[in-house]
Write a protein that binds this ligand. Sequence first.
Ligand code: ADP
Ligand code: MG
Length: 655
Amino acid sequence: MDPCMKLSLDLPETSYVYDDTAATRSVSKPMAPTSIVAKVSPNGLIELSEHFYINHSKQNEPIRVEVQLKAEGIFLRRETGVPDEVCEQRIPLSDIIGSSCGPRMKKSHRGSLVSCRRIDEDTEVENGTRKDICAYLHIYAYIKSETSDKSSVRRERTVRILRFRSFDTYEENLKVAERWQHAIRINQSAVKNQLGEKQLLIFLNPKSGKGKGREMFHKQVAPLLKEAEMPYELHVTAHINYAREFVRKHNDLLRCYSGIVVASGDGLFFEVLNGIMEREDWRAITRGLPIGIIPCGSGNGLARSIAYLYKEPYEPKPILYATLTCVAGQRAPMDIVRIDSGKEGKSSEIYSFLSVGWGLIADIDIESERLRSIGATRFTFWSIRRLIGLRTYTGKLSYLRCEQKNERKTYGKLVSSTSNEEQRLPPEVQEFHDIPNPPRDERPDNSRPLADAEEDDEFADAISLDGASNQSYVDSWHSAVSKHTAYFSLAAQSLRSRRSVLSRLETINLEYENRRPPSTLPTLDQPVPTDTWHTEEGEYVMVHAAYTTHLSSDCFFAPQSLLNDGIIYLVIIRAGVSRSQLAQFLLGTSSGTHLPKEPNEYIEVVPVRAFRIEPCSDKEGIITVDGERVDYGPIQGEVLRGVINVMVPSPNCTN
Ligand code: ADP
Ligand code: MG
């Protein structure tokens, strides 16, 4: 069965065939097209215009439709029969995911396909057999619109089929169809980044969610990738850490792939992220390969967060919408959090993109594993159970609050914005960027040349956690992210010969290039600084650090969070909280109304740059990182701003 057909069973489809001549009228030979207009604008965009006809079975006269390709999209203007009245539809170029060009795809199109009534007009006789001379251009679009009650948005699959048959041979008709296809692609490249010729590397976890990942992929993802003409290499993960090992060991990821897509829950994304960060060339990979997620798991926090932040639909077809995101060719930087954990010298370093949990939510996440077969409902079920048998944990909690200065620059954008809508606008592309080098003679102090640059760089604040003692790290870090800032580290050496400076520079750059992001936190066996950090000891129901809006598809946990804001939202619930308050909290997580608006003795949310949790060792418990269980013991994390790139939806074309 043709995959397009399969998909159309699932989705509302508008499919008409537009003929490029009036041949469906009772003329015996196709008429030469008289109305093709082509223009190339100074910026290289192509404008095409041509008349097509829909052969409507109920009407004798075919309906005339003018199809125009412009910079803003494809416009279809249909005559209504009333003088001077036309019905117009616009398909924004950003909503078109692909096209295919060639002979008729299937014998009869379902639904509104109108085949030509006089078959001999569409065929030429060759060696006694009839041959279809028409060339078909299928244009696949997923048009975004508001639902009728304007409460949400959706995307509707729309296929426009242009049938070219003005010429006497298939080859000539195909040329015209290909000209349209080519022009659409040229114009699209102005509004969309193309992923290029390379293929996507896709990992599919057959065990994720209800274990139907494979089926979901073949029914919903593969047909869409085909429509989008997206080449891909599919790996069905054979075991835990398959994806992690694959990305860690592959020699030539950048040359072979345009991006990595995880068709699974957040667990497999975590594997891929850590596989990349274990590579020596992690920096080149994170810059060069965006990572996308198609939510086939039971915990789909990242996919839901991206859809929310970009005002894209999610339900009722999360897989379809996320696949559209993965073929859109757009990327945005996203924060990750470097986690140190482990006790008694068994320390480990991992990278997290979603959350760190201790207590209630971590317990629910892990203990409900046994109910995996019921899907996401397992979380609700286990929440009730945990609420009845409420547990508390004692320990020490430390954190470094986001500073006022940062709040003004980044977080402040959120605080000062009045409407929630404003907050949801996609963050500006602020990559984990290089600091501009000030001219040499303007540098106030050669040994600490970043002093000025720090002013304008949010990341500098994020890592200047411990004042002067960390200055060398700041320097190293910036050298590491800059193409040329290693130069700063050499300022004191300026009397050396240029050659020796350059060779040192190369060595240092090479060294930095290979290094992991350096930690700015003291190791777990060292105390946190007392002057800048807040520390408290007590009994907690939970401490949960989150950096995406959603922890799962229906847990809207940190509504203020942005992908690249450099903020960890630390949600603290202290012992003594009433069960009804907790129930309200848990119920509120689905709508994002769980956090107290006024200062609250028991429930608090603190925006931080870094945190440390030290549970008392007398009782076992659960700690999770991105929903996966890690060793129970001290754990700390610090945000690394915009380190990875994730696939995000196409920007809306409004003009
Ligand atoms: P879910 O959201 O349903 O938990 P995830 O994608 O998070 O789905 O996957 C859960 C875990 O399954 C992850 O820790 C991942 O490492 C692991 N995993 C990946 N592939 C396999 C496999 N083939 N068999 C078993 N576990 C796997
Ligand atoms: Mg964030």
